[in-house]
Design a protein around this ligand. Structure first.
Ligand SMILES: [Zn+2]
Length: 347
């Protein structure tokens, strides 16, 4: 099943440009729809689904109430009662195979000390919303929910079923979410196409500049770097101090860059970005189309500093994320480790 990854706002507009053109339905009241979408978005942001532990069921119950109140069929599937998945389905006439809209319920954990607003407050401050999950993935969750509600309310005849999967455990723990659904309940989500998170719309001064669409995904591996040394007292420095060795190893890793490797997708992306960018930026994108050249190396360094998310699409990466070493200020530990988040190009 092809998975097409797009942003939430794009999802609603794609579905509805199709819907309203084909059904010739009355013009929707987008002001009202915007208000309702914002309210439902804030409601779901206020539910703490930090993973671990997830507790996605609380949000599943909220979604189920909204959907069933509008007469939409809902099924709840769970391997762990606290970590439910929700499937809602709008019935089509069956002339085409279903379309699946997919979004995840859980968010990564957060350190509230670092936040100006409560991370689960759904605070709207002037034009920005502050909350964990605003861009991953409750934006897609609310877009999928609203798509279901608006399709149902429109009364349009669908050529295909539209299925909405709100999944648990995407941020680690797929055994509660997508792995469980595909292995135990594949029929509930079987579809010809799937629209999911990953792409994004880039705006400049409020106007959409381009829509990025994801065609594949890097493969994640966790590596652990183990270091050893001779234990000792902090008053007697040694040349094989494990803390220093771990620091040196991480510095070496951070300084090391895998070469740029382009795929059909990233080649097309760079070429098209060059077409719509001002001269200086366009030159950088074109330089990257010739990996190995001096200009490409310089462009990559600029990207790493200024557009790290674009740079990450172009090569394999290794990111140190956790260090575990030492237990007392005056003791040189004999061992320690670091966790590395390794992301490999899809090829
Ligand atoms: Zn996500």
């Amino acid at each position: 099943m092809p998975i097409i990854r797009i942003s939430g706002r794009l999802l609603i507009s794609i579905i509805f440009s199709f819907l309203f053109v084909s059904a010739n339905a009355a013009e929707a009241d987008w002001d009202l729809i915007n208000q309702e979408t914002l309210q439902r978005f804030q409601d779901m942001l206020r539910i703490d689904t930090s993973n671990p532990p997830g507790n996605e069921t609380v949000l599943v119950e909220q979604l189920a109430d909204i959907l069933t109140a509008e007469g939409i069929d809902v099924e709840i599937y769970s391997r762990d009662p606290a970590r439910a998945n929700l499937v809602a389905r709008l019935r089509g006439n069956g002339s085409k195979q279903p379309l699946l809209l997919m979004a995840h319920l859980d968010v990564v954990t957060v350190d509230p000390e670092k936040w100006s607003f409560p991370p689960f407050g759904g605070t709207l401050d002037d034009k920005w919303i502050y909350s964990r999950g605003v861009v991953d993935d409750k934006d897609n969750l609310v877009a999928s929910l609203m798509t279901m509600l608006l399709l149902e309310r429109s009364g349009v005849t669908l050529d295909r079923d539209v299925i909405f999967l709100a999944e648990a455990g995407e941020e680690g723990g797929v055994q509660w979410g997508i792995e469980f659904m595909t292995s135990e309940h594949p029929d509930a989500i079987d579809a010809q196409y799937c629209l999911a998170e990953g792409g994004s719309v880039t705006r400049e001064n409020g106007a959409a500049l381009f829509a990025g669409i994801q065609s594949g995904e890097k493969k994640r591996r966790t590596a652990v770097l183990n270091v050893t040394g001779v234990a000792g007292h902090g008053s007697v420095p040694t040349r094989n101090n494990a803390v220093v060795r771990l620091g040196q190893a991480i510095t070496a890793l951070a300084d090391w860059q895998e070469p740029v490797r382009l795929s059909d997708t990233t080649t097309t992306m760079l070429a098209r970005l060059a077409e719509i960018s001002p001269p200086e930026a366009a030159a950088r994108y074109r330089a990257l189309l010739n990996p190995g050249s001096r200009a490409a190396e310089e462009a990559m360094l600029w990207m790493l500093d200024n557009k790290p998310a674009t740079a990450a699409l172009l090569h394999n990466t290794v990111t140190p994320t956790i260090m575990n070493i030492g237990y007392r200020y005056n003791v040189i530990p004999s061992a320690g480790s670091a966790s590395l988040d390794v992301r490999l190009l899809p090829e």
